[in-house]
Design a protein around this ligand. Structure first.
Ligand code: KG4
Ligand code: ZN
Length: 341
């Protein structure tokens, strides 16, 4: 089955053609992120205007790169939310129009479900299906807008186990980076600054340590960084790097600690999946691998471009939803507050 995926939930315009949920024939991503550098974040109105400019060229390129024509597409899958309203409207309205003209079925996909299924996408160099992900698994979904742990028993059976009480993990990286005078988006910049530095140089608290909970909290870490920088106004460059490394370690340790707790409570789980923009963080990947039980496999998307927002994951989620739910997949299936997709 060939699915055309369309993703426009924020400042990326993406279209992808994916075969059988795993094999990416093309994945085009146009980003307006550079426009928001130095502005402290995405400006929704401007992001939506960029979506209008990019959406048709991006879809055309995705088909061309896959060497396919509209008649070869079986289904169109589009992100229905959550995200910025103006940006989402561009993608959903375009997908609806194309589905109507090309006479294709149209699937609305939850953006988070796309991230959850992103580990099923194979890299261009993958040769076989020898080791596909298995259920049940825990998925740690960490991006600029969300930090959740879900217990997944199938593609359509996802139970929310823990979530953030304040900032998302990516937001903590972004706000920390801003305090360290680094550009937006802060995650990649902060982790680059932290490279090779001493992550134990500055003490940061362990949030919600004494509570019996699987939830996260990052706002205390951000405040601790603020006070650290206030109390050390003239940090040398190497101390600034150590401070970034210590802050990054505190975030990664908090995320890893929660996963360990959930694994203790769900001992049938043998796989942990790390998805969303923050899954690109190499320290988080290595800390999870170092800390978890030896027989627990940690996976993340096969390339960085499947960590951040992309349409291939939306096409993959559409495919697996159709496999599991058949025609029911076409019915509206999620509200933002629900815990089952
Ligand atoms: O999934 P995503 O592209 O967009 C949302 O749906 O939010 O995630 C973007 C977030 C940003 O907060 C960015 O700072 C963070 O992911 N991020 C990182 C890294 N790369 C992206 N955070 C830490 N380390 C990274 N290498
Ligand atoms: Zn996302």
């Amino acid at each position: 089955m060939i699915i055309l995926g369309v993703e426009t939930s924020c400042d990326e315009t993406s279209a992808a053609v994916v075969e059988n949920g795993t094999h990416v024939l093309s994945c085009i991503i146009a980003s307006s992120r550079k426009d928001f550098e130095g502005k402290g974040g995405v400006i929704p109105e401007e992001a939506a205007r960029k979506q209008v400019e990019c959406i048709l060229p991006v879809i055309t390129q995705a088909l061309e790169k896959a060497s396919l024509r509209p008649k070869d597409i079986d289904v169109i899958a589009v992100t229905r939310g959550p995200g910025l309203l103006g940006s989402l409207l561009v993608g959903t309205a375009t997908a609806k129009a194309l589905a109507h003209i090309w006479k294709k079925p149209l699937l609305g996909i939850d953006h988070l479900l796309g991230h959850l299924d992103s580990v099923w996408l194979k890299s261009d160099t993958a040769s076989d299906d020898a080791n596909p992900p298995v259920f049940p698994c825990l998925t740690l979904s960490v991006s600029g807008g969300h930090s959740d742990i879900r217990l997944r028993r199938s593609h359509a059976d996802n139970t929310l186990i823990g979530t953030t009480r304040d900032d998302a993990a990516g937001e903590a990286f972004d706000k920390g980076a801003s305090l360290l005078s680094l550009p937006y988006p802060g995650g990649p910049a902060l982790s680059k600054l932290a490279e090779g530095s001493d992550e134990h140089a500055f003490p940061f608290p362990s949030p919600l340590q004494k509570e019996q909970t699987f939830d996260f909290s990052f706002s205390g870490l951000k405040t601790a960084l603020k006070y650290t920088l206030r109390d050390h106004p003239n940090l040398s460059e190497s101390d600034r790097k150590n401070c970034a490394a210590s802050f990054q370690y505190a975030i990664c340790r908090h995320l890893t600690d929660r996963i360990q707790r959930v694994l203790d409570a769900h001992q049938d789980v043998r796989e942990v999946h790390l998805v969303g923009g923050v899954s690109a963080n190499t320290r988080l990947r290595s800390l999870l691998q170092e800390s978890l039980f030896k027989d627990v496999l940690v996976r993340w998307p096969s390339t960085i471009r499947y960590c951040t927002d992309n349409a291939a994951m939306i096409a993959a989620a559409g495919y697996f939803l159709l496999q599991e739910k058949g025609d029911q997949a076409f019915q509206p299936f999620i509200t933002e507050a629900s815990i089952r997709f």
